[in-house]
Design a binder for this molecule. Structure first.
Ligand code: FES
Length: 74
């Protein structure tokens, strides 16, 4: 079991979990806005936010972290 799976979940709970050498997994009812304050539509209950800086579809992870050598410290 991974660390982000260990805590009980509730429908109104928000969790942000760091994947080793990968994205941040955001779960729960949270509004995401861009740098202009505009809503970023999300279509899934769980979304992956890029933290390597290499994605072509920000703010979402597109898997580029697997090929660009990104290493997380957490
Ligand atoms: S973390 Fe996956 S593309 Fe950046």
């Amino acid at each position: 079991m991974r660390a982000h799976d260990e805590m009980p979940r509730h429908d109104d709970e928000v969790t942000l979990a760091a994947c080793p050498d990968g994205p941040l997994l955001l779960r729960g009812p949270v509004r995401i806005v861009d740098d202009r304050g505009q809503d970023v539509p999300r279509h899934r209950a769980t979304v992956a936010l890029c933290r390597c800086g290499g994605t072509a579809i920000p703010p979402w992870c597109d898997g580029t972290h697997k090929v660009n050598g990104y290493r997380s410290e957490t």
